[in-house]
Design a protein around this ligand. Structure first.
Ligand code: KG4
Ligand code: ZN
Length: 337
């Protein structure tokens, strides 16, 4: 029964409605993502009520498309999986309830998956032979987590953000500057035309002897700088602000990750989450890790951001361990690994 396992996974933890079918974990037969970004853009961030309503609208066609593309019928599935946390509770409930109902109707086992575990596994989908142990930095709009990972289920959280997530800081600064949403790609583009050392923004927690992060002080410093310059009647150089802010975030993420990799003597460093799409960050981190001959790996873009392929892969490893959930499993917005 375990030689050809097909799992349908559903992911609705934030603002992407996603479904995927995997075969034996790492072979992704289909991965469909319906982005809601157009509905949230005008508000400068994700609006939870809109997110849950859009999930309800999209979930059925997205699942149908995933099954069709995989050429798999419901009766061929070995299990149904869904993300049950962390994330926005109203969003999580849509995918979770749908997944549980489907599993019940099909008399198939149901698997509840942790979204962060999904982000880690995204790396193993795009590169099957990553050498473990690894340090994994998950950086997105909702998380900044530094993890030590030896094998499935063997995680150790080394540090995480005490306030804003790194992606959230990008989004908030972009919104403050009236640049649009999501902020990360826009700031990265503006930063290319600016000087990284033009403004000396703070790098909170950089020299603290731990692996935790903090970005709200940096965000406030950028906002204060904009205020002061505006009050003085000085023209704002958006490019320099973007480049200097981005470099401060990159320095914090890079140094904490390098410290973790050296302390744990890992064989690889992996990245996940939307901020891992930032090319300048990848470049700076890669250069630093090269000094210690530690390879850096990050998934292709469509696997960096939220998707259900990564959820179906985690679900497969849970399937092998008979790690099934009862149908009363509830959404847990603050679920930890
Ligand atoms: O993983 P993801 O798609 O969703 C969450 O789980 O949050 O990440 C989205 C976040 C947003 O905050 C977005 O601004 C950020 O990732 N992001 C970036 C870049 N692309 C996306 N941040 C910095 N540079 C980028 N190129
Ligand atoms: Zn995510």
């Amino acid at each position: 029964m375990t030689d050809d396992v097909k799992i349908l996974a559903i992911e609705t933890s934030c603002d992407e409605t996603a479904a995927a079918v995997s075969q034996n974990g790492l072979n992704i037969l289909s991965s469909i993502v319906a982005s809601q970004v157009d509905w949230h853009r005008k508000y400068g961030g994700v609006v939870p009520e809109i997110a849950s309503r859009k999930h309800m609208e999209f979930i059925e066609p997205v699942i149908e498309e995933a099954l069709n593309k995989a050429e798999v019928q419901l009766k061929d599935l070995d299990a149904v999986a869904a993300t049950y946390g962390p994330g926005l509770v109203g969003s999580l409930l849509v995918g979770l309830s749908y997944g549980k109902s489907l599993a019940y109707a099909l008399h198939k086992p149901f698997i509840g998956v942790n979204h962060i575990a999904g982000h880690i596994y995204a790396n193993f989908i795009s590169k099957k032979d990553i050498k473990k142990p690894v340090v994994c930095l998950t950086v997105s709009g909702g998380h900044t987590d530094l993890l030590y990972f030896e094998g499935y289920g063997e995680y150790q959280i080394m540090g995480r953000t005490k306030d804003d997530a790194a992606g959230e800081a990008f989004d908030k600064i972009a919104r403050y500057l009236g640049l649009g949403y999501p902020g990360g790609p826009i700031i990265e583009k503006k930063a290319k035309k600016g000087q990284e050392d033009a403004i000396d923004f703070p790098r909170p927690f950089l020299n603290k002897d731990n692996y935790d992060f903090s970005f709200s002080g940096l965000k406030t410093a950028v906002i204060n700088y904009i205020h002061t310059q505006t009050q003085k009647g000085n023209e704002l150089n958006i490019y320099d602000i973007a480049a200097s802010f981005q470099r401060a975030v990159i320095d914090i993420l890079t140094e904490k990750t390098v410290k973790a990799a050296l302390d744990k003597k890992v064989r690889t460093v992996i990245l996940s989450g939307g901020v891992a799409a930032n090319k300048r960050f990848r470049e700076v981190l890669k250069k630093r890790l090269n000094q210690y001959k530690i390879p850096l790996y990050y998934p292709e873009l469509k696997l960096c951001t939220d998707n259900a392929a990564m959820i179906s892969t985690v679900a497969y490893y849970q399937y092998l361990k008979d790690d099934f959930a009862e149908l009363n499993l509830n959404a847990d917005p603050n679920l930890k690994l």
